[in-house]
Design a protein around this ligand. Structure first.
Ligand code: C5P
Length: 312
């Protein structure tokens, strides 16, 4: 049943407070234990019923728009097709026009493409009135990419498997202040994983384990402990591929960040501030140091993909 003509969804970027990468699996993915955290840096995705017959289409505007494929390979369009397949024959699922307004950096290690895919799922679910449960929507999301299910959920959550098996984390009701340093340049996620495999060649790779320090810090709502407990196994390969990030991390530490880390597969770097005022100071110092393209401030955790308006 078509319930709206147009739906707009706001979807957050993610950072990984822990990213522990285990052995390579036979399917080409790695076993992960990760702690996802959604932050207040958002893309906005509007999905409208296309007039007349035709295929789904997508347009992209904003931060890094030129680098996002605007064809069938676009993750949001893949998500639309995955949702249509999931309800095949049960509901009408007409072609759609997807408009993505980006603020999350492209190929920046913040799951921007996955966020857009999650937003498209939430928007089409509302548009088509699919009647799927949150668990069923999460399954559709997991087919599209490892980080898509988390963008639906938001908050702070533990991810296992290839990242798609999620459990909300038990955390104190605290809000943390983050500063992000966007790099000039990109890193390919598969290349960063491959570089990690090369760095580890000949060594036994242990099964990844959830960090007790990190979970303790989150339960206590203590930013000082949180800053010390941040960890990312993809940081070493990201730094090997993008050595300039060392300077970015060092500049943040010198400016008093409680923690400094490459975000996901990079090259975005993230810094934890003591409070909102300190976040502004950190952002000013990082921009002045000339160690990144631009900086942004964000708070977390925030909810996952959310409908902000519906018309028709
Ligand atoms: O699932 P997604 O398309 O986001 O993953 C992008 C790439 O990252 C994969 O093709 C794979 O090379 C790598 N990856 C991995 N192990 C994971 C998640 C992603 O090796 N658990």
């Amino acid at each position: 049943m078509i319930v709206s003509q147009s739906v707009t969804v706001r979807v957050p970027a993610k950072i990984n407070l822990q990213l522990a990468v285990g052995p390579l699996r036979p399917d080409g993915y790695h076993h992960l234990v990760t702690v996802f955290h959604a932050i207040s840096l958002y893309d906005e995705v509007t999905v409208a019923v296309a007039d007349g017959e035709g295929d789904d289409s997508v347009t992209v505007t904003g931060e890094g728009a030129a680098e996002v494929p605007a064809d069938r390979d676009n993750l949001a369009l893949r998500a639309v097709r995955a949702l249509r397949d999931a309800i095949a024959g049960r509901e009408a699922a007409p072609a759609v026009r997807v408009a993505i307004a980006k603020k999350i950096p492209v190929a920046g290690g913040m799951a921007g493409g996955s966020a857009d895919a999650a937003a498209a799922i939430v928007a089409c679910d509302a548009l088509w009135g699919t009647g799927l449960s949150p668990a069923e929507l999460s399954e559709v999301a997991a087919q599209v990419g490892s980080d898509v299910a988390f963008a639906l959920l938001g908050g702070t959550a533990v991810g296992r498997g290839r990242g798609e098996q999620l459990t909300p984390a038990l955390v104190a009701p605290a809000s943390y202040h983050w500063v992000l340093a966007f790099a000039s340049g990109h890193l390919s996620t598969p290349l960063v994983y491959k570089t990690l495999d090369t760095q580890r060649e000949g060594r036994m790779v242990q099964s990844p384990e959830l960090s007790h320090e990190l979970m303790g810090a989150l339960r206590a709502g203590d930013p000082l402990r949180l800053g010390r407990a941040l960890s990312n196994d993809l940081q070493a390969p990201a730094l090997a591929l993008f050595p300039a990030l060392r300077k970015t991390l060092a500049a943040g530490r010198e400016a008093g960040a409680l923690g400094a880390l490459v975000s996901g597969s990079g090259p975005t770097c993230l810094f934890l501030a003591r409070d909102a005022e300190h976040a502004t100071e950190l952002a000013v110092q990082l921009s002045g140091a000339g160690v990144c393209r631009t900086v942004a401030r964000a708070a977390g955790p925030v909810p996952g993909a959310t409908v902000v308006s519906a018309e028709g």
